[in-house]
Ligand binder design. Structure first.
Ligand SMILES: Nc1nc2c(ncn2[C@@H]2O[C@H](COP(=O)(O)OP(=O)(O)OP(=O)(O)O)[C@@H](O)[C@H]2O)c(=O)[nH]1
Length: 310
Protein backbone atom coordinates (compact mmCIF):
# COMPACT_ATOMS: atom_id res chain seq x y z
CA UNK A 1 0.00 0.00 0.00
CA UNK A 2 1.61 3.25 -1.08
CA UNK A 3 -0.71 6.04 0.05
CA UNK A 4 -3.91 6.55 1.99
CA UNK A 5 -6.42 9.31 2.26
CA UNK A 6 -9.75 9.37 4.03
CA UNK A 7 -10.46 5.68 3.77
CA UNK A 8 -9.14 5.28 0.24
CA UNK A 9 -6.01 3.17 -0.04
CA UNK A 10 -3.74 3.32 -3.06
CA UNK A 11 -2.10 -0.04 -3.72
CA UNK A 12 0.45 -1.17 -6.24
CA UNK A 13 -0.43 -4.53 -7.81
CA UNK A 14 2.07 -6.83 -9.54
CA UNK A 15 4.93 -4.41 -8.93
CA UNK A 16 7.93 -4.77 -11.19
CA UNK A 17 5.99 -6.72 -13.84
CA UNK A 18 4.43 -5.66 -17.12
CA UNK A 19 1.07 -5.73 -15.33
CA UNK A 20 2.11 -3.26 -12.63
CA UNK A 21 -0.82 -0.96 -11.87
CA UNK A 22 -2.24 1.25 -9.17
CA UNK A 23 -5.48 0.08 -7.60
CA UNK A 24 -7.65 2.10 -5.22
CA UNK A 25 -9.19 0.08 -2.41
CA UNK A 26 -11.22 0.36 0.76
CA UNK A 27 -10.98 -1.74 3.89
CA UNK A 28 -13.16 -4.84 3.96
CA UNK A 29 -15.28 -5.31 7.05
CA UNK A 30 -13.44 -8.49 8.01
CA UNK A 31 -10.31 -6.46 8.78
CA UNK A 32 -12.04 -5.31 11.95
CA UNK A 33 -10.06 -2.61 13.70
CA UNK A 34 -6.76 -3.55 12.16
CA UNK A 35 -5.04 -0.54 10.67
CA UNK A 36 -3.53 -0.46 7.19
CA UNK A 37 -0.49 1.79 6.82
CA UNK A 38 1.82 2.78 4.02
CA UNK A 39 4.30 -0.02 3.34
CA UNK A 40 1.85 -2.75 4.33
CA UNK A 41 1.55 -5.76 2.08
CA UNK A 42 -2.14 -6.46 1.65
CA UNK A 43 -4.44 -8.96 -0.04
CA UNK A 44 -7.05 -7.44 -2.35
CA UNK A 45 -10.35 -8.82 -3.66
CA UNK A 46 -12.99 -7.44 -5.98
CA UNK A 47 -12.16 -5.24 -8.94
CA UNK A 48 -8.36 -5.10 -9.07
CA UNK A 49 -8.21 -3.89 -12.68
CA UNK A 50 -7.05 -0.43 -11.66
CA UNK A 51 -9.51 1.11 -14.15
CA UNK A 52 -10.86 4.58 -13.26
CA UNK A 53 -13.73 4.60 -10.74
CA UNK A 54 -13.17 1.02 -9.63
CA UNK A 55 -12.72 0.11 -6.00
CA UNK A 56 -11.14 -3.06 -4.63
CA UNK A 57 -11.28 -4.28 -1.03
CA UNK A 58 -8.40 -4.98 1.36
CA UNK A 59 -9.17 -8.26 3.10
CA UNK A 60 -5.88 -9.05 4.79
CA UNK A 61 -2.71 -7.35 6.02
CA UNK A 62 0.41 -9.51 5.96
CA UNK A 63 2.62 -9.69 9.07
CA UNK A 64 4.93 -6.67 9.31
CA UNK A 65 8.71 -6.91 9.14
CA UNK A 66 9.08 -3.54 10.89
CA UNK A 67 6.73 -0.94 12.33
CA UNK A 68 7.66 2.70 12.71
CA UNK A 69 5.41 4.09 15.42
CA UNK A 70 4.83 7.12 17.49
CA UNK A 71 3.14 7.50 20.81
CA UNK A 72 0.13 9.66 21.39
CA UNK A 73 0.93 13.34 21.76
CA UNK A 74 -1.01 16.56 22.13
CA UNK A 75 -2.02 16.67 18.49
CA UNK A 76 -2.94 13.01 18.18
CA UNK A 77 -4.39 11.01 21.07
CA UNK A 78 -3.63 7.57 19.58
CA UNK A 79 -0.46 5.55 19.36
CA UNK A 80 0.02 5.00 15.70
CA UNK A 81 2.04 2.94 13.35
CA UNK A 82 3.18 5.39 10.70
CA UNK A 83 4.88 3.08 8.19
CA UNK A 84 5.25 -0.71 7.94
CA UNK A 85 8.00 -2.90 6.47
CA UNK A 86 10.55 -0.14 5.92
CA UNK A 87 14.27 -0.96 6.27
CA UNK A 88 15.78 2.44 6.93
CA UNK A 89 14.91 5.73 8.63
CA UNK A 90 16.56 8.70 6.93
CA UNK A 91 16.78 11.50 9.48
CA UNK A 92 16.99 14.70 7.46
CA UNK A 93 18.57 17.59 9.36
CA UNK A 94 19.76 20.94 8.05
CA UNK A 95 23.20 22.06 9.21
CA UNK A 96 21.82 25.61 9.32
CA UNK A 97 18.59 27.46 8.55
CA UNK A 98 16.98 25.93 10.59
CA UNK A 99 19.67 25.08 13.16
CA UNK A 100 20.12 21.37 13.88
CA UNK A 101 18.20 20.06 16.88
CA UNK A 102 20.19 17.22 18.43
CA UNK A 103 17.37 16.33 20.81
CA UNK A 104 15.10 15.77 17.84
CA UNK A 105 17.77 13.69 16.08
CA UNK A 106 18.17 11.59 19.22
CA UNK A 107 14.45 10.97 19.38
CA UNK A 108 14.33 9.93 15.73
CA UNK A 109 17.25 7.56 16.29
CA UNK A 110 15.38 5.95 19.17
CA UNK A 111 12.30 5.58 16.97
CA UNK A 112 14.43 3.88 14.30
CA UNK A 113 16.03 1.42 16.73
CA UNK A 114 12.68 0.68 18.32
CA UNK A 115 11.16 0.00 14.91
CA UNK A 116 13.96 -2.35 13.92
CA UNK A 117 15.10 0.01 11.16
CA UNK A 118 18.62 1.17 10.29
CA UNK A 119 19.08 4.90 10.81
CA UNK A 120 20.84 7.16 8.31
CA UNK A 121 21.65 10.80 9.07
CA UNK A 122 21.20 13.04 6.06
CA UNK A 123 22.76 16.42 6.78
CA UNK A 124 21.59 19.05 4.31
CA UNK A 125 22.65 22.61 3.46
CA UNK A 126 26.38 21.96 3.88
CA UNK A 127 26.89 25.08 1.75
CA UNK A 128 25.73 27.08 4.78
CA UNK A 129 27.56 25.38 7.67
CA UNK A 130 30.24 22.80 8.45
CA UNK A 131 29.01 19.26 9.04
CA UNK A 132 31.93 18.23 11.22
CA UNK A 133 30.68 19.23 14.72
CA UNK A 134 27.41 17.36 14.29
CA UNK A 135 29.12 14.37 12.70
CA UNK A 136 31.53 14.22 15.65
CA UNK A 137 28.64 14.23 18.09
CA UNK A 138 27.17 11.10 16.50
CA UNK A 139 30.45 9.30 15.81
CA UNK A 140 30.34 7.15 18.99
CA UNK A 141 26.98 5.75 17.93
CA UNK A 142 28.35 4.68 14.57
CA UNK A 143 25.34 6.08 12.73
CA UNK A 144 26.05 6.33 9.00
CA UNK A 145 25.64 9.76 7.46
CA UNK A 146 25.61 11.60 4.16
CA UNK A 147 26.08 15.32 3.57
CA UNK A 148 24.31 17.25 0.82
CA UNK A 149 24.56 20.84 -0.30
CA UNK A 150 23.24 23.18 -2.93
CA UNK A 151 25.66 23.57 -5.82
CA UNK A 152 26.39 26.68 -7.84
CA UNK A 153 23.78 25.74 -10.41
CA UNK A 154 21.12 25.79 -7.71
CA UNK A 155 20.64 22.00 -7.77
CA UNK A 156 21.77 19.58 -5.11
CA UNK A 157 25.39 18.55 -5.50
CA UNK A 158 27.61 15.94 -4.00
CA UNK A 159 29.84 17.56 -1.38
CA UNK A 160 33.02 16.89 -3.32
CA UNK A 161 35.40 18.95 -1.24
CA UNK A 162 34.33 17.50 2.08
CA UNK A 163 36.91 14.76 2.39
CA UNK A 164 35.06 12.03 0.58
CA UNK A 165 31.45 13.02 1.19
CA UNK A 166 29.74 12.21 -2.05
CA UNK A 167 26.42 13.86 -1.25
CA UNK A 168 23.40 12.99 -3.32
CA UNK A 169 25.04 10.04 -5.08
CA UNK A 170 26.10 8.62 -1.77
CA UNK A 171 22.54 9.02 -0.52
CA UNK A 172 21.31 7.15 -3.60
CA UNK A 173 23.72 4.36 -2.72
CA UNK A 174 22.24 4.05 0.77
CA UNK A 175 18.70 4.02 -0.62
CA UNK A 176 19.39 1.49 -3.36
CA UNK A 177 17.18 -1.58 -3.20
CA UNK A 178 15.63 -0.66 0.13
CA UNK A 179 12.49 0.89 1.52
CA UNK A 180 13.47 4.08 3.35
CA UNK A 181 11.37 6.54 5.31
CA UNK A 182 12.39 10.21 5.22
CA UNK A 183 11.64 12.27 8.32
CA UNK A 184 12.57 15.83 9.11
CA UNK A 185 11.23 19.13 10.31
CA UNK A 186 9.78 21.74 8.05
CA UNK A 187 12.42 23.67 6.15
CA UNK A 188 15.28 21.17 6.41
CA UNK A 189 15.16 20.51 2.67
CA UNK A 190 13.28 17.23 2.63
CA UNK A 191 11.11 18.15 -0.36
CA UNK A 192 14.21 19.32 -2.22
CA UNK A 193 15.76 15.90 -1.62
CA UNK A 194 12.64 14.01 -2.62
CA UNK A 195 12.42 15.98 -5.86
CA UNK A 196 16.10 15.38 -6.61
CA UNK A 197 15.76 11.65 -5.94
CA UNK A 198 12.43 11.14 -7.70
CA UNK A 199 12.19 13.65 -10.56
CA UNK A 200 8.62 12.51 -11.03
CA UNK A 201 7.65 13.06 -7.39
CA UNK A 202 5.29 16.00 -7.90
CA UNK A 203 3.39 14.20 -10.59
CA UNK A 204 3.22 11.00 -8.55
CA UNK A 205 1.94 12.85 -5.49
CA UNK A 206 -0.68 14.81 -7.40
CA UNK A 207 -1.79 11.66 -9.22
CA UNK A 208 -2.25 9.79 -5.95
CA UNK A 209 -4.09 12.77 -4.51
CA UNK A 210 -6.33 12.91 -7.56
CA UNK A 211 -7.34 9.25 -7.35
CA UNK A 212 -7.76 9.25 -3.58
CA UNK A 213 -9.71 12.49 -3.61
CA UNK A 214 -7.36 15.07 -2.15
CA UNK A 215 -6.20 18.24 -3.78
CA UNK A 216 -2.60 18.89 -4.73
CA UNK A 217 0.03 19.41 -2.04
CA UNK A 218 -2.34 18.74 0.79
CA UNK A 219 -1.24 15.21 1.52
CA UNK A 220 -0.62 14.98 5.24
CA UNK A 221 0.16 11.31 5.69
CA UNK A 222 2.94 9.18 4.31
CA UNK A 223 3.36 8.47 0.62
CA UNK A 224 5.64 5.89 -0.99
CA UNK A 225 7.54 6.91 -4.13
CA UNK A 226 9.52 4.51 -6.28
CA UNK A 227 13.10 5.48 -7.09
CA UNK A 228 14.00 5.70 -10.78
CA UNK A 229 14.77 2.32 -12.32
CA UNK A 230 12.83 0.48 -9.60
CA UNK A 231 15.88 0.79 -7.34
CA UNK A 232 13.98 1.00 -4.06
CA UNK A 233 11.33 3.15 -2.43
CA UNK A 234 11.33 6.31 -0.41
CA UNK A 235 8.45 7.16 1.85
CA UNK A 236 7.87 10.82 2.47
CA UNK A 237 6.12 11.76 5.69
CA UNK A 238 4.90 15.32 5.24
CA UNK A 239 2.48 15.17 8.14
CA UNK A 240 4.82 13.65 10.71
CA UNK A 241 6.12 16.46 12.87
CA UNK A 242 6.89 14.73 16.14
CA UNK A 243 7.80 11.42 17.63
CA UNK A 244 6.21 10.60 20.96
CA UNK A 245 8.34 7.76 22.33
CA UNK A 246 6.62 6.69 25.54
CA UNK A 247 5.96 3.23 24.07
CA UNK A 248 9.64 2.49 23.45
CA UNK A 249 11.20 -0.48 25.25
CA UNK A 250 14.82 0.35 26.29
CA UNK A 251 15.74 -3.25 25.42
CA UNK A 252 14.95 -2.55 21.74
CA UNK A 253 17.23 0.46 21.75
CA UNK A 254 20.14 -1.23 23.49
CA UNK A 255 19.93 -4.21 21.15
CA UNK A 256 21.13 -1.89 18.41
CA UNK A 257 24.45 -1.57 20.31
CA UNK A 258 26.00 -5.00 20.39
CA UNK A 259 28.91 -4.18 22.71
CA UNK A 260 26.58 -2.64 25.29
CA UNK A 261 23.77 -5.16 24.87
CA UNK A 262 26.18 -7.89 25.87
CA UNK A 263 27.06 -5.96 29.02
CA UNK A 264 23.40 -5.35 29.81
CA UNK A 265 22.66 -9.06 29.54
CA UNK A 266 25.56 -9.94 31.84
CA UNK A 267 25.60 -7.16 34.39
CA UNK A 268 22.24 -5.38 34.64
CA UNK A 269 19.28 -6.16 36.90
CA UNK A 270 16.08 -7.24 35.15
CA UNK A 271 14.19 -4.38 33.46
CA UNK A 272 17.15 -2.02 33.88
CA UNK A 273 16.47 1.25 32.07
CA UNK A 274 20.24 1.96 32.11
CA UNK A 275 19.70 5.37 33.64
CA UNK A 276 19.71 4.42 37.36
CA UNK A 277 22.63 3.91 39.71
CA UNK A 278 22.26 0.14 39.81
CA UNK A 279 22.87 -0.12 36.04
CA UNK A 280 25.72 -2.54 35.40
CA UNK A 281 26.98 -0.82 32.27
CA UNK A 282 29.32 1.55 34.13
CA UNK A 283 31.29 -1.39 35.46
CA UNK A 284 31.18 -2.99 31.99
CA UNK A 285 32.77 0.13 30.52
CA UNK A 286 35.27 0.44 33.41
CA UNK A 287 36.36 -3.11 32.64
CA UNK A 288 37.17 -2.03 29.10
CA UNK A 289 34.42 -3.84 27.19
CA UNK A 290 33.00 -0.70 25.57
CA UNK A 291 33.80 2.99 25.40
CA UNK A 292 32.49 5.57 27.84
CA UNK A 293 31.51 7.85 24.95
CA UNK A 294 29.28 5.15 23.55
CA UNK A 295 27.57 4.53 26.87
CA UNK A 296 27.07 8.27 27.33
CA UNK A 297 25.50 8.49 23.87
CA UNK A 298 23.23 5.54 24.53
CA UNK A 299 22.11 7.12 27.80
CA UNK A 300 21.41 10.40 26.06
CA UNK A 301 19.19 8.52 23.59
CA UNK A 302 17.37 6.64 26.32
CA UNK A 303 16.82 9.85 28.29
CA UNK A 304 15.41 11.52 25.19
CA UNK A 305 12.34 9.31 25.51
CA UNK A 306 11.28 11.47 28.43
CA UNK A 307 9.56 14.80 28.05
CA UNK A 308 7.49 16.43 25.39
CA UNK A 309 7.95 15.50 21.77
CA UNK A 310 9.28 18.43 19.77
N1 LIG B 1 21.31 26.77 1.05
C1 LIG B 1 20.61 25.66 0.84
N2 LIG B 1 19.25 25.73 0.83
C2 LIG B 1 18.56 24.61 0.61
C3 LIG B 1 19.19 23.35 0.41
N3 LIG B 1 18.22 22.42 0.25
C4 LIG B 1 17.04 23.07 0.35
N4 LIG B 1 17.22 24.39 0.57
C5 LIG B 1 16.20 25.44 0.72
O1 LIG B 1 15.60 25.30 1.99
C6 LIG B 1 14.21 25.68 1.94
C7 LIG B 1 13.36 24.54 2.46
O2 LIG B 1 13.47 23.44 1.58
P1 LIG B 1 12.31 22.37 1.39
O3 LIG B 1 12.86 21.29 0.52
O4 LIG B 1 11.05 23.02 0.97
O5 LIG B 1 12.16 21.89 2.89
P2 LIG B 1 11.17 20.85 3.54
O6 LIG B 1 11.96 20.18 4.59
O7 LIG B 1 10.53 19.99 2.54
O8 LIG B 1 10.13 21.79 4.22
P3 LIG B 1 8.55 21.72 4.16
O9 LIG B 1 8.20 21.79 2.71
O10 LIG B 1 8.14 22.93 4.94
O11 LIG B 1 8.20 20.43 4.81
C8 LIG B 1 13.94 26.00 0.48
O12 LIG B 1 14.00 27.40 0.33
C9 LIG B 1 15.07 25.32 -0.26
O13 LIG B 1 15.38 25.98 -1.47
C10 LIG B 1 20.64 23.29 0.43
O14 LIG B 1 21.28 22.27 0.27
N5 LIG B 1 21.27 24.48 0.65
Amino acid sequence: MIAVDRGRYRCLVDPGTDDERGVTAMRARELGRKGVVVGDRVALVGDVSGEPDTLARIVRVEPRRSSLRRTADDTDPFERIIVANADQLVIVTALADPEPRPRMIDRQLVAAYDAGMDPLLCLTKADLADAEPLVAEYAPLGVPYVVTRRGEDGGLDGAEDGGGDAGLDELRGHLSGRMSVLVGHSGVGKSTLVNALVPDAERAVSHVNAVTGRGRHTSSSAIALELPGGDGWIIDTPGVRSFGLAHVDPAHVINAFEDLAEGAAERCPPHCDHLQENCGLDAWVDDGHASRARLDSLRRLLASREGEPE
